[in-house]
Design a protein around this ligand. Structure first.
Ligand code: 28G
Length: 639
């Protein structure tokens, strides 16, 4: 070890170049390695590092991971694992630490689809973070010593060196993201918090802490119950059918794979199944989810017949047995294959049978051993079946009347003249007055306007047949043209962009949540295929003499005020779209040349769905809690 303690060694001329070459592809095409260079990519850096710590924990050598956002804006991740090996690699003549941090390892997430999980592959990803950091410092505690090395944009500044003694072991990485690569280098506490909390749920027993030294915030996540607590959390505010979630944990014989499932039923009508493979959220589903659904269908139908609740030929549908279910299906496997548009669909075909077998066995036994719960679950599915039949009848009636499939567009819709859907967009506008302004200023060739009156139907409490009878909902369905529910077909959409334009206040936020929840539950494909956007109306208009500036955030306003100087500056705060005249609305929010649009992601819709449940659900204390916790947001939005 002592040969490592040479502190001063700067003979790096030739080697610097090799390292640079080695990591050059990452700096040249960062998107290939971390997805993007926007705020998502930035936060992905932390995930990459934390994943290594999680792998070390899954290997059984680490139980604590801490993430710190430092005052200078850098981020530190620390674990109490074995520490990256510090010994010198014979062939390369360098420490393993340096190799892990400077060599691109095969299997980058956005590269060839290889993945890492507790299989000795860890260390992958660290070199990417290193390449994309202005500076990075690695500290390894191992064999009684503290070893340290620093890098600038991936280039080691000296050899790994011993800088002190310790009785602990572990790895600590501190990095400053490179602001010449990233659009923003400001870490967002809530984004990091969300992912760390998810990881704590998915990997029970691990303690994960987050600390923000900029704001003086910190939290610790530790869930002994793992995904069981995750399911409880997802059901917060809902009336659940079972006392506690059903939990299945199945480890493959050779110990290289694990299937963990927790599920619970509530008295609502949605199906929420969150899938994970190797801690990655499989939003596009995959074989693990198929296996789970297949088993649920089989077990509930078999048991329903056995209890004679179901008659001979009577069969509950897949939708019936999943109505009101909240499930987390988390699998860990060697060499996962990820497919689909966003590479979030698990493809390993054996996983379907593996999951299905595990569920049939465990859930079957559960129903035998818990006859009261078995009855509740089956009766719940039977109720769903009856309601579905009624909805079906209502729907076909509506179809006969031509209400939904009719080519008669809603009267309130101001359609565009262009016929190619790829070029068309529709603005869903809150309120008749803003709708009127939008109709006046739009470019009628490709922009359609659909004003919505007041708050649309409370989708939480309504079953499908009621939802589809609501005027505002019907207007949207007919205008979009892509159908609804099972029949939804993005190919048939009449617009490429569906843009929600709501006021920048609490009511506006509320209406947006309602819209997203409706899309999420009845046309998830609309969001999945990236057709839904949120318009960005300005919050302020600043005017000084002839100069006019619009600001879209508090920060932007503060910066602009500074720049323009306060004397003679007129600051107008827009509370609603209705306060803008038609030229202002066009310039700031609707003109494709200047406007900002936010594309709505599936996770935004899931979040909306959750908030919606809290706001509209049956638990007034939770609603109050939500409003209290979000008082800051409410304040920011509506001064
Ligand atoms: C705090 C920041 C992120 C890590 C380890 C531990 C080992 C390791 C990491 O090895 C090289 C290649 C395959 C074995 C493994 C230590 C085995 C024995 C490790 C981290 C060596 C990588 N002793 N902890 N990498 N492997 N934590 N946290 O990065 O052959 S990375």
């Amino acid at each position: 070890m002592d040969d490592l303690s040479k502190v001063e060694n700067n003979n790096y001329g030739a080697e610097q170049i090799t390292v640079l070459r080695g990591l050059e592809p990452v700096r040249k095409r960062p998107g290939m390695y971390i997805g993007s260079t926007d705020t998502h990519g930035l936060h992905h850096l932390i995930s990459e590092i934390v994943d290594n710590s999680i792998d070390e924990a899954l290997a059984g050598y680490c139980d604590t991971v801490s993430v710190v956002i430092n005052k200078d804006g850098s981020c530190s991740v620390q674990d109490n694992g074995r520490g990256i090996p510090t010994g010198i690699n014979k062939e390369e003549g360098k420490s393993a630490v340096e190799l892990v941090l400077t060599k691109l390892h095969a299997g980058g997430k956005f590269g060839d689809g290889g993945y890492k999980i507790s299989g000795g592959l860890h260390g992958v990803g660290l070199s990417c973070v290193n390449a994309l950091s202005e500076w990075l410092e690695v500290e390894v505690k191992q064999n009684g010593k503290i070893h340290k090395q620093t890098y600038n944009r991936g280039i080691p500044q000296r050899d790994l060196a011993v800088v002190g003694d310790t009785t602990e072991t572990g790895t600590k990485v501190t990095f400053m993201p490179d602001d010449t690569i990233f659009e923003t280098v400001v870490f967002d506490y809530d984004v990091i918090r969300k992912r760390l909390r998810e990881l704590a749920f998915l990997n029970k027993g691990i303690t994960i802490t987050i600390k923000d030294l900029r704001a003086g915030k910190e939290e610790t996540f530790h869930y002994e119950g793992g995904i069981v607590e995750f399911v409880n959390e997802l059901n917060e505010g809902k009336n659940t059918i079972l006392k506690k979630p059903i939990y299945i944990d199945f480890t493959s014989k050779d110990g290289t794979g694990e299937i963990e499932i927790a599920f619970q039923y509530n008295d609502g009508y949605n199906e929420i199944i969150h899938g994970y493979a190797n801690n990655i959220n499989t939003t596009e589903g995959g074989t693990h989810i198929e296996g789970f659904k297949k088993a649920l269908y089989k077990v509930i139908n078999d048991y329903g017949h056995k209890l004679k609740i179901l008659k001979d030929a009577d069969k509950l549908s897949g939708d019936d047995v999943r109505e009101g279910i909240t499930a987390v299906v988390s699998v860990k496997l060697q060499e996962p294959q990820f497919e689909g548009q966003t590479k979030t669909k698990l493809g390993n075909s054996y996983m379907s049978a593996e999951v299905s077998n595990a569920v049939v066995e465990h859930f079957g036994t559960y129903l035998e051993e818990n006859p009261d719960n078995a009855r509740s679950i089956i009766l719940r599915s039977v109720t769903a079946q009856k309601a579905r039949e009624a909805a079906q009848a209502a729907r076909s009636m509506a179809r006969r009347k031509g209400a939904l499939e009719s080519t008669t567009l809603p009267g309130k819709l101001a359609d565009c003249t262009e016929k190619d859907p790829k070029l068309c967009e529709i603005y869903i506008v809150e309120g008749d007055s803003a709708g009127g302004t939008a109709k006046q200023c739009r470019d009628r060739r490709f922009q359609a306007i659909l004003p919505l009156r007041g708050k649309i139907l409370n989708v939480e409490k309504a079953r499908l047949n009621h939802v589809l009878a609501n005027e505002e909902i019907k207007a949207m369905i007919t205008a979009f043209g892509g159908g609804v529910g099972q029949e939804f077909d993005p190919e048939k959409l009449r617009y490429d962009k569906i843009i929600c334009m709501t006021d920048a206040d609490v009511d506006g936020a509320h209406i947006r949540i309602l819209l997203l929840t409706f899309f999420y539950r009845y046309m998830p494909g609309l969001i999945e295929s990236g057709h839904v956007y949120s318009a960005m109306p300005p919050l302020y208009k600043l005017q000084k003499g002839k100069r006019v500036e619009y600001c879209y955030s508090e920060q932007e306003k503060a910066a602009k005020v500074q720049e323009m100087g306060t004397k003679g500056l007129d600051v107008q705060r827009y509370k609603g779209l209705g306060e803008m005249d038609k030229d202002q609305l066009w310039d700031t929010t609707m003109n494709p040349e200047h406007r900002g649009l936010i594309q709505i992601q599936m996770k935004d819709a899931i979040e909306a769905d959750k908030i919606f449940t809290l706001l509209m659900g049956d638990a007034p204390e939770l609603r109050r809690k939500f409003i209290e916790e979000n008082a800051k947001l409410v304040e920011d939005l509506d001064i």
